[in-house]
Design a protein around this ligand. Structure first.
Ligand code: B16
Ligand code: MG
Length: 218
């Protein structure tokens, strides 16, 4: 059997932490009198914490000192982490665990490729840490998606070429990063939004192990 690298994004693919990011950013936005809706939150998916704050400030046409920005970034993360305290395996998105298990049983290397600096504690709390052979997150990269850096580092750590790497992503920038990196992109979410992906599924419950077997054989 061939060996492929399977690289998973975190937020929106393995767990739905977007709702917690939203609540935490909303608190900051409220304090600054900036309107921040669910539609606005879509703009922050897959985007780094620093860039997310800049987007929110741009929305409100607010200019701020670096000192203020640093304070809000700390405040946002503290608020976000407070939502993760009680996180457990029940927050793993439907269908994800059976696929991870299938990949492990078939000796396929698995990596995480996320923009989040909180990726490790999330994998620990959900009990998924042992499934990952490599973890590349916001602490390891200098270039944000759509730059393929995060996925290229992950493939390298797994000792697999980009052409033999498969990326699961829920954000447009993440799909583009996989494509730019010459990897197979699998979009998880709306076909309209993720049309640049090679394959698109609504969620992991619609991915069967036969499809994964075919990917491994390709
Ligand atoms: P943190 P992903 C991304 O994770 C989120 O989609 C994005 O909304 C968030 O701003 C970013 O992580 C940074 O997260 O504040 O925890 O470092 O989708 O790349 O797994
Ligand atoms: Mg994501």
């Amino acid at each position: 059997m061939n060996t492929k690298a399977f690289i998973f994004d975190l937020d929106g693919v393995i767990v739905d932490t977007a709702k917690y990011h939203y609540l935490a950013w909303q608190k900051i936005a409220n304090e600054l009198n900036i309107e921040f809706t669910h539609e606005h939150n879509e703009l922050l998916k897959g985007v780094s914490r620093v860039r997310s704050l800049d987007i929110i400030l741009e929305l409100g046409k607010v200019t701020a000192s670096q000192e203020d920005k640093d304070r809000w970034l700390v405040q946002k993360n503290e608020e976000y982490l407070s939502y993760l305290v009680d996180m457990n395996e029940s927050e793993i998105l439907p269908g994800v665990f059976p696929i991870l298990k299938f990949l492990k049983e078939n000796n396929q290397p698995i990596a995480l490729g996320s923009a989040s600096k909180n990726a490790r504690p999330i994998l620990e709390k959900t009990g998924l840490l042992p499934y990952f052979d490599a973890i590349v997150d916001g602490n390891d990269v200098t270039n944000a998606k759509p730059d393929p850096e995060v996925f290229l580092i992950a493939a390298k750590l797994l000792n697999i070429t980009p052409e033999n790497s498969i990326v699961f992503e829920d954000s447009v920038a993440g799909v583009q990063a996989a494509n730019i990196g010459n990897m197979t992109s699998i979009g998880i979410g709306e076909a309209n939004t993720l049309h640049e992906a090679k394959y698109i599924f609504n969620d992991f419950t619609t991915i069967d192990t036969h499809f994964i077997e075919e990917l491994i054989k390709e």
